[in-house]
Design a binder for this molecule. Structure first.
Ligand SMILES: NC(=O)c1ccc[n+]([C@@H]2O[C@H](COP(=O)([O-])OP(=O)(O)OC[C@H]3O[C@@H](n4cnc5c(N)ncnc54)[C@H](O)[C@@H]3O)[C@@H](O)[C@H]2O)c1
Length: 326
């Protein structure tokens, strides 16, 4: 089966594409390889994917409908799509809001149009986010909770994607699963995220900025568990007859809210160095806690994350040191 993976040069898209290739699927990857963070890291991920004979890459914008149609005409039809191209990051959405409108709203709509016009289309799995829960203080976050009170534009675009998906599944019977990822970390991770920034700063003797004076909790989820959950969802499409509209959303977290200070302790222990912590107020758009109730994903797709931060952080650090030669 040939699967289209959007955002294939990105952290999760690369990791999902890699696992699909390893298990014998053919993958067409699409990404615009933008410079939100180091292009070199995206190119390095693509270089690894390009070692597989069954991988094809097209540099394109998912928000360009004619480019998407051309890719489907040349390499498709794609009956299964994993859509992970997006403008990620809460803080950057205050700086460059239009990037979120273009990639997350227009891009998501173009992918939905592609699915709608593909004969015999089977399943779209797309990346949503824990940020849709906004300032919800009712933990753990359940897919039954309200998601109509976002506190950043990033979160608003992710919640809007879920609504657009619901409408397309209702109107055109497009089977879909939205995955609300919770703070994903691991090898080949994103340089704008806390664990990556902390590791880089500590190794280079720079202070680390710890927001909300350290009073933060995050459900840190290891990349292998996220990939496993994503493939489990992909392999278990909703059948139109099972549920109408054929659309569901799951939380893919680790089901543990880790204190940020505890995570820094594990990192310091792994690196064998102490961090110089600069305690600062919470940033606009940020939430103090995320914590995933994963019972629906466990029940419906057998999702069972295995990796604790004590196991995952050393694996991330090993990769970081090897990649940066330090
Ligand atoms: N990593 C996390 O902790 C996390 C948490 C919650 C949700 N998510 C979601 O998971 C998905 C993947 O995130 P990630 O962490 O891999 O981010 P990433 O930034 O590493 O990957 C996204 C990729 O999409 C590409 N892209 C962006 N806009 C594009 C466009 N218009 N056309 C084509 N390509 C485009 C980027 O170049 C990048 O390579 C996103 O939807 C993100 O919002 C991630």
């Amino acid at each position: 089966m040939t699967i289209l993976v959007t955002g294939a040069a990105g952290f999760i898209g690369y990791s999902v594409a890699f696992s699909l290739l390893e298990r014998g699927d053919r993958v067409v990857g699409v990404d615009n390889v933008n410079n939100y963070y180091e292009v070199q890291l995206k190119e390095a991920r693509l270089a690894r994917l390009n070692q597989h004979d069954d991988f094809r890459f097209v540099r394109a914008d998912v928000g360009d409908p004619s480019a998407m149609r051309d890719i489907a005409a040349e390499f498709g039809p794609f009956k299964r799509i994993v859509h992970l191209a997006a403008q990620a990051g809460v803080r950057y959405s205050l700086e460059n809001p239009m990037a979120y409108i273009e990639s997350n709203l227009v891009g998501h709509a173009c992918v939905l149009e592609l699915c709608r016009h593909t004969e015999g289309f089977e399943h779209l799995v797309y990346g949503s986010s824990s940020s849709v829960y906004g300032g919800n203080a009712n933990v753990p976050f359940s897919t039954e909770h309200r998601v109509d009170r976002p506190i950043s534009l990033y979160a608003a675009t992710k919640a809007a994607d879920e609504l657009m998906s619901h409408a397309y599944s209702h109107l055109y019977d497009v089977p879909q699963t939205g995955l609300r990822y919770f703070t994903v970390y691991g090898p080949w991770g994103r340089p704008d995220m806390a664990l990556f920034r902390f590791t880089d700063a500590i190794l280079n003797d720079r202070p680390i900025r710890v927001f909300n004076y350290g009073d933060m909790r995050r459900d840190f989820t290891y990349i292998d568990d996220v990939v496993d959950g994503t493939l489990r969802a992909l392999d278990r499409p909703l059948f139109r007859s099972n549920r109408h509209p054929p659309h569901r959303v799951f939380n893919l977290g680790n089901n543990r809210a880790e204190s940020l200070l505890d995570v820094i302790d594990v990192l310091e222990e792994t690196l064998g160095r102490k961090a110089e912590k600069r305690l600062e107020p919470i940033q606009p758009g940020d939430v103090p806690e995320t914590y995933a109730d994963i019972s629906a994903a466990a029940r419906e797709i057998g999702y069972a994350p295995k990796t604790t931060v004590k196991e995952g952080i050393p694996r991330f650090v090993d990769w970081f040191r090897e990649y940066h030669g330090c």
